[in-house]
Design a protein around this ligand. Structure first.
Ligand code: SAH
Length: 345
């Protein structure tokens, strides 16, 4: 027998057609839609305003594959990491990050990752499959629930910085964001969503054409082409020239600045030449730089550069009128920080 199809893979019109062709009233589609999206119902019995005959029909023909929390870990800094079990047994991770003025959900877009960034724990897992839109949406619903439960306030921000490369699962990521921002979903503002990419030029151009409203972050880590290729091998095919070209296109179309994420490692990108290359690159497209702390993945080749070098970067960027911030790690003690998501559980 085939597994039952998730009811959430249909849009409202498709649901209407299914109902009509099975002699149910079409207005029920709207009620079902409200249950599955606004109320995030986990099963059909919760849909108390539907007739019993319809509930029985739904149960017999469809499933709601809401994600399951396989393991939840809380860090001493309040960060919560969830290992999420999908309907087919795969596990991905999503993280709640609390700060004084916001609560951020860091969500995954793929099971594993096909890019092979040398410093990232997720790259050690083969890409198994893309997440469906509802599997991405469910992570946000879950974190919003945890946020209210543990911090008495709702989720405020979402970053696509968990496992996977969002632009290699573009359609599903876009569909999940449509749900997250739609009134019939969570109704959150797209201004509070950041999609982070390793840099897929073709898809950055597509996003610009699609006139998306969320923010864009690019994991840069080096502004010198050969160096970037040595730590992010896909850069050989999708090189910095193509990346800059796509980001120029992005800015021209959307007028949104780009955030570059950048880790500084000892002996890799810690000299004056690296800083100058970054400054030159930043001058090409309106942008800002987020210097992120390296989270160790037990590889002796990658060691965080000392504070002195970080300050040198900050000073040089700022004196060239380039905005720069330093982002400290969160949830390191439970391997929940950037680049540490690798299903250790
Ligand atoms: N594939 C996307 C999103 C996932 S990674 C991307 O590359 O942007 C989210 C961020 O964490 C990226 O900026 C990535 O470069 C960074 N990162 C990966 N491994 C890291 C590590 N060990 N320490 C700190 N940041 C890391």
């Amino acid at each position: 027998m085939f597994p039952k199809k998730d009811i959430r893979s249909f849009n409202e019109n498709e649901l209407k057609e299914i109902l009509i062709s099975n002699s149910f009233k079409s207005f029920r589609a709207n009620q079902i839609y409200h249950w599955i999206w606004n109320k995030s119902a986990h099963n059909f019995d919760e849909m108390t305003n539907l007739p019993e005959r319809l509930i029985a029909f739904l149960k017999e023909n469809f499933a709601i594959n809401f994600i399951k929390v396989n393991r939840m870990q809380k860090s001493s800094d309040g960060t919560i990491k969830n290992a999420i079990e999908l309907f087919d047994g795969f596990i991905v991770e999503c993280v709640l990050i609390p700060t004084k003025d916001r609560i951020t959900a860091c969500v995954s877009s793929q099971v594993g990752c096909s890019l092979n960034c040398k410093f990232c724990a997720t790259s050690k897992l083969k890409r198994m499959r893309n997440l469906n839109p509802d599997e991405i949406y469910d992570q946000v619903v879950l974190i919003n629930k945890q946020s209210k439960e543990y911090y008495n306030r709702p989720l405020t921000n979402i970053v696509f910085m968990g496992m996977g490369e969002p632009l290699m699962n573009y359609n599903n990521v876009i569909k999940s964001i449509e749900r997250i921002t739609s009134k019939s979903g969570l109704g959150m503002s797209s201004k509070r969503i950041v999609v982070s990419t390793s840099g897929v030029p073709k898809m950055i151009k597509k996003m610009a054409d699609d006139n998306v409203r969320f923010k864009l972050a690019v994991s840069l880590h080096s502004a010198i082409n050969e160096k970037r290729t040595s730590i992010m091998p896909f850069n050989e095919k999708m090189n910095l020239n193509d990346l800059i070209d796509s980001l120029t296109y992005w800015y021209t179309k959307t007028k949104k600045i780009v955030t570059y994420e950048y880790v500084i490692w000892k002996g890799i990108n810690d000299n004056d030449e690296d800083i100058q290359a970054l400054i030159d690159l930043c001058k090409k497209v309106p942008s800002k730089v987020n210097l992120i702390q390296y989270n160790s993945i037990d590889d002796p080749n990658f060691v965080q550069a000392p504070e002195l070098i970080i300050n040198k970067y900050l000073y040089s960027l700022e004196s060239n009128k380039i905005k720069a911030t330093v982002r400290r790690s969160r949830g390191e003690d439970i391997d929940a920080a950037c680049g540490q998501l690798a299903n250790k559980s």
